[in-house]
Write a protein that binds this ligand. Structure first.
Ligand SMILES: Nc1ncnc2c1ncn2[C@@H]1O[C@H](COP(=O)(O)OP(=O)(O)OP(=O)(O)O)[C@@H](O)[C@H]1O
Length: 236
């Protein structure tokens, strides 16, 4: 189980997030929602130690998560990635194997098979030798999903994977999420869609600097919680 306890991140004397506590169970998909600037990306970065945390603790199976980062797959927002970097699709997915095999080692046959299966799963096999910068946004997102699959992690963090993608890519992403859930993985996904895709999440978190609500969909999506999170009523 992932446990976040009283987490806070401060940027230049301003609290981006404060007092965040929650737990995520294996075999659950959690959706993290909140307005722009609510601190959603910061929360994931704080959990992973990618930004300094001002206070709080994060543990996985009762041990500090920072000592178990090999078990984590993280897919950042697409617009935060340098897409001009010259690298092929296959190499990007193979990078998912580095935590397991180490740097500077020739990929094992097992790793090559895992990468092949991951590429096939997201429908990108025929693009394996393409440069990542030449792909469409949705194709790039599929490649990063394949890299996360290839990592064979226990915990998965996705920052807005659904931005600017087509319907089929969205479908593939949710199919893979369900497969990971069946494998008892733990998923935390940032999204903005409080519409029909909300049914894919077992647990919702509403964030606006503080955690407004966390838990099962029906209990979380009350008008009062949504108003507190977004500052106005939205239909969902
Ligand atoms: N490196 C940084 N230095 C200073 N302030 C930052 C930094 N990163 C984020 N912030 C600020 O912290 C707040 C939370 O940002 P964050 O990116 O976590 O929000 P978000 O909920 O992910 O937003 P969005 O939905 O727009 O992606 C914002 O006010 C942002 O301007």
């Amino acid at each position: 189980m992932l446990e976040v306890c009283d987490l806070a991140v401060n940027y230049r004397n301003r609290w981006a997030i404060d007092g965040i506590s929650f737990r995520l169970q294996p075999g659950h998909i959690a959706g993290l929602f909140g307005p722009n600037g609510a601190g959603k990306s910061t929360l994931i970065k704080g959990i992973l130690g990618l930004v300094p945390i001002a206070k709080g603790a994060v543990s996985y199976d009762s041990q500090p998560l920072k000592r178990q980062l090999k078990k984590v797959a993280y897919v950042p927002q697409r617009n935060k990635i340098d897409w001009d970097y010259p690298v092929t699709v296959e190499k990007v997915v193979m990078m998912g194997r580095i935590p397991a095999t180490g740097w500077f080692k020739q990929p094992s046959r097992n790793s090559r098979e895992i990468v092949e299966r991951a590429l096939s799963r997201v429908g990108m096999t025929q693009f394996r030798q393409h440069q990542i910068r030449d792909l469409s946004g949705g194709q790039q997102q599929r490649v990063f999903l394949a890299r996360a699959i290839a990592q064979e992690a226990d915990l998965f963090f996705f920052d807005e994977p659904f931005n600017n993608i087509d319907y089929r890519t969205e479908e593939i992403i949710f199919e893979v999420f369900q497969e990971l859930k069946q494998q008892q993985k733990t998923l935390l996904v940032i999204s903005h869609d409080l519409g029909k895709t909300i049914a894919n999440y077992d647990q919702l978190l509403l964030l606006n600097q503080r955690l407004i609500a966390v838990g099962e969909r029906k209990r979380v999506l009350t008008n009062q919680n949504i108003q507190q999170t977004y500052g106005k009523l939205v239909s969902c």
